[in-house]
Design a binder for this molecule. Structure first.
Ligand SMILES: NC(=O)c1ccc[n+]([C@@H]2O[C@H](COP(=O)([O-])OP(=O)(O)OC[C@H]3O[C@@H](n4cnc5c(N)ncnc54)[C@H](O)[C@@H]3O)[C@@H](O)[C@H]2O)c1
Length: 379
């Protein structure tokens, strides 16, 4: 059990009452920084079979926390990848896995009771921009209803910190050079983005009503070993390695802030350990890479020339993303360290180990079946 004492008088950015394992040091008259909670804890990780959730869960397990994973293991992409993630986590004694829907009231209530959940890392969601335009209802269910279910339980069980995955897609078609948490984000351009914005609003409501400590993390396109097969980094590496065609949407000048998985995990853990009243944090790399440059790096590290098909821009995709991470740096000490080139180098090295570089025709057919999820370039 943790010995962190919850503040009852949180306002934005200000924590007024802490125990001896968590203290406050003022850096300005406007902001106070929460020092990290350091005792071992039991953490509920939703979406722990997925890409980011499984990496976060593994980090927590390695450092000695007890982790309770809930995931419905849906088939948005190949479930073999999620089962492989769970297998890795099951090597740790301090991990318990429940297969089920986070909207299932009885299941989730039972988990909070049985494990005395005080720390929540909510990563489960339907991800993907384009599929959300085809079928918005599943996004409303998993993202909005699911997050509401968890916030209700978090308030009921008086959890000490609730951290959840939002997304850079809330910035919509903003043309600002850097996206800041202070920007007005009232114009989401896909049901997925709208669902994440709705989660942020609901989270504020639960903070307001119940003084729940809650932080929403706006991830900027996350990639790396074990990355989602529907996203461009995995897709391009896979297809260029195999000599298969890649689809380039637009003229190649669109630019994204790609964040390596280790940097994201570091940001999630920093946020989990620091209960603020209510905060939204950008977690990105803090610099953009154009699509042309990205494809060039994939060519360099795979040693293969990309076979590109140029297509028009896709509805729902945002042309440009770049995170202003200064707030996460100030309040969490977050500082991404992996350059995009180094991240692509590591991801190609992982891909070669996981899938091999020698592909004959039969293997191409098999891999296409395994690695052919619904289309999405961004999360
Ligand atoms: N990967 C990115 O670049 C990125 C960018 C921005 C935001 N995000 C957000 O980060 C989180 C993790 O993303 P990811 O890339 O690891 O995705 P992922 O699809 O690999 O993981 C999500 C997991 O949640 C599970 N899940 C979905 N709905 C569920 C439900 N109702 N009940 C139980 N489990 C459910 C899925 O089975 C999956 O394993 C998501 O909230 C996503 O929206 C990701």
């Amino acid at each position: 059990m943790s010995n962190f004492t919850k503040s009852s008088t949180h306002t934005f950015s200000t924590v007024s009452e802490m125990s001896d394992t968590a203290s406050v040091s003022s850096i300005s008259t406007l902001e106070s920084v929460v020092e990290p909670h350091q005792a071992a804890k039991t953490v509920l990780v939703t979406g722990g079979a997925g890409f980011i959730g499984s990496h976060v869960a593994e980090h927590l397990l390695r450092r000695g926390d007890t982790v309770v994973v809930v995931d419905e293991v849906n088939d948005y992409y190949d479930t073999a990848i999620k089962h492989a993630n769970l297998k890795k986590l099951s090597e740790y004694d301090n991990m318990t896995f429940y297969k089920g829907d986070i909207c299932d009231k009885e299941l989730m209530q039972g988990i909070f009771e049985r494990h005395d959940i005080q720390w929540v890392c909510h990563m489960a969601a339907r991800a993907g921009v384009r599929p959300s335009i085809q079928d918005p209802y599943v996004y409303i269910h998993s993202n909005i209803e699911g997050t509401t279910r968890l916030l209700e339980l978090a308030a009921q069980f008086k959890v000490q910190n609730f951290v959840f995955a939002s997304s850079s897609s809330v910035y919509g078609g903003s043309t600002n050079t850097f996206f800041s948490e202070d920007d007005i984000v009232d114009n989401p351009v896909s049901p997925y983005a709208a669902s994440k914005k709705a989660c942020e609003l609901l989270a504020y409501t639960y903070h307001h009503l119940y003084k729940l400590n809650v932080s929403g993390l706006r991830f900027f396109t996350v990639y790396g070993p074990g990355g989602r097969p529907d996203m461009a980094p995995f897709k391009f590496i896979d297809r260029v390695s195999r000599g298969a065609e890649i689809q380039q949407f637009g003229d190649g000048s669109s630019s994204r802030d790609y964040t390596y998985i280790d940097d994201i995990v570091d940001g999630v853990i920093r946020s989990l350990d620091r209960p603020y009243g209510y905060q939204i944090f950008n977690l990105g790399k803090g610099s953009g890479t154009s699509l042309s440059e990205f494809i060039g790096l994939v060519e360099t590290h795979t040693g293969k020339k990309a076979n590109k098909r140029i297509l028009p821009d896709q509805p729902g995709d945002v042309p440009y993303t770049c995170a202003d991470c200064s707030k996460a740096n100030r309040l969490l000490g977050y500082q991404p360290t992996i350059s995009f080139e180094e991240g692509i180098r590591r991801t190609v090295a992982w891909y070669n180990r996981a899938y091999g570089t020698q592909v004959d025709d039969a293997q191409v057919v098999r891999e296409q079946a395994v690695l052919a999820p619904k289309e999405s370039v961004v999360a």
